[in-house]
Design a binder for this molecule. Structure first.
Ligand code: HEC
Length: 130
């Protein structure tokens, strides 16, 4: 009697355990999506990774790199994938973007005193991966 009862309860419990494990895994991977990806996970080469460090230090506070949603400035996801920059409407190319970085624009500060030519070059190479 008890044994047959147990036989009925056991599978239910196993299903419950499975559901619990699935829920925990989904939560885990859900959080994983928010986690900062490493350079290797993004497939960045050394120059792109160097540019990412410049970006994190000087640009990230105002520009979201992997989203188009704005902080103080517009998100820069896919910045070079479109023909024109979203806010200024300037052509999205290396010349215009490095000019914006060097000279600044309205509320964006200029970086010509902070970043050298090599750092700006690395930065642009990284921004092409966004
Ligand atoms: C203090 C905040 C701030 C920082 C730091 C900053 N920006 Fe900006 N950025 C802005 C704002 C605000 C704008 C919009 C300017 C405008 O109104 O045209 C902008 C505009 C831009 C644009 C043109 C976007 C468009 O759609 O026209 C680019 C590209 C850009 N920033 C790149 C960078 C890069 C690269 C860095 C790091 C070297 C950086 N910014 C650092 C605030 C910032």
């Amino acid at each position: 009697m008890i044994r047959s009862l147990r036989r009925m309860v056991e599978p239910g419990r196993r299903v419950a355990t499975c559901l619990l494990v699935a829920a925990v895994l989904m939560l885990w991977f859900g959080c994983d999506a928010e986690r900062r990806k490493s350079d290797a996970e993004l497939g960045l080469n050394p120059q792109q990774a160097a540019g990412r460090r410049v970006y994190d230090r000087h640009c990230d506070q105002c520009h979201e790199p992997y989203s188009t949603s704005g902080r103080r400035g517009p998100g820069l996801k896919g910045v070079f994938k479109k023909q024109y920059l979203s806010v200024s409407g300037l052509p999205a190319n290396d010349e215009r973007v490095s000019e914006i970085v060097r000279l600044g624009r309205s509320k964006m500060p200029a970086f010509n005193q902070t970043l050298d030519q090599q750092q700006i070059q690395d930065l642009l190479v990284y921004m092409h991966t966004l």
